[in-house]
Design a binder for this molecule. Structure first.
Ligand code: KIV
Length: 264
């Protein structure tokens, strides 16, 4: 795989070639996933749940995100590293700039911020300082206490219009990528058509420029009942490496996600 950067992803969107993204938290899995053809490695704050055993991502700290980003960097090869800003990490622009500096100096190429249209000013400041941003919209897990659970977003017309307007505002502010979680497939389709930047989905249907899955879900080792949008790619496979290869293939050929993984 040649070195992946934002221009590579932009060109993939234009060609209609799907982008494969997975979460990862250490060097060993970073290497396996990159060799399987994953273009973007997300050092997700989901580590608070899948590694630390918490019931949300809220307890994750900037020090922990920096540590795991540094670990992933060691095995990432030519993949692009996207690192999560933890809960309240972008509460002020100054705080956000300092956290981005730490994450990028640890190896991140782009930073993911959960939020809404209010992030526009922060994204402008980050863009001026050489920090590319992926804006995470829809079900933003850090706001689980506001949503009252992990619920599908953007179902009403008002919610859908608000999300589309926020995405446009954030793109105009300089966002380099959008990630949408648990929104109806039809809304993702509209958003992907309108956006000039790559749109990555999770529980957002097949009509985006790429897909992301939490690696523990992909390998079928998350305890409890899997979410509707999850597929266990380890089933029928002999090795972890082939499970990741199978995921990449399914994303590229458009067989994942299928209709049953999405929301109407
Ligand atoms: O932290 C994470 O793993 C994420 C994904 C759910 C997209 O943000």
């Amino acid at each position: 795989m040649t070195k992946i950067n934002l221009s590579t992803l932009q060109a993939m969107k234009q060609r209609g070639e799907k982008i494969a993204m997975t979460t990862v938290y250490d060097a060993c899995f970073a290497q396996v996933q990159t060799q399987a053809g994953v273009e973007v490695l997300l050092v997700g704050d989901s580590l608070g749940m899948v590694l630390q055993g918490n019931d949300s991502t809220v307890p994750v700290t900037i020090e922990q995100m920096v540590y795991h980003t540094r670990c992933v960097k060691q095995g990432a090869g030519n993949a692009l590293i996207l690192a999560d800003m933890p809960f309240m990490g972008a509460a002020t622009v100054e705080m956000c700039l300092s956290h981005c500096q730490q994450l990028m100096q640890a190896g991140a190429h782009i930073i993911k911020l959960e939020g809404d249209a209010w992030l526009a000013e922060t994204i402008q400041q980050l863009a001026r300082n050489g920090v590319p941003v992926c804006a995470h919209l829809g079900l933003t897990p850090q706001s689980v206490n506001v949503f009252g659970g992990y619920k599908v977003q953007g179902r009403s017309d008002v919610q859908a219009q608000t999300l589309l307007a926020a995405a446009q505002q954030l793109e105009e502010a300089g966002a380099a990528m959008l990630l949408v979680e648990c929104i109806p497939a039809e809304l993702t389709q509209k958003l992907t058509k309108r956006s000039k930047i790559p749109v990555i989905g999770i529980g957002a249907g097949p009509h985006c420029d790429g897909q992301v899955l939490v690696m523990h879900d992909l390998l079928g080792i998350t305890p409890g009942k899997p979410a509707r949008f999850v597929k266990n790619f380890m089933q029928g496979e002999e090795s972890i490496a082939s499970a990741f290869e199978n995921y990449v293939k399914a994303v590229k050929e458009g067989s994942f996600p299928a209709a049953e993984h999405g929301f109407e």
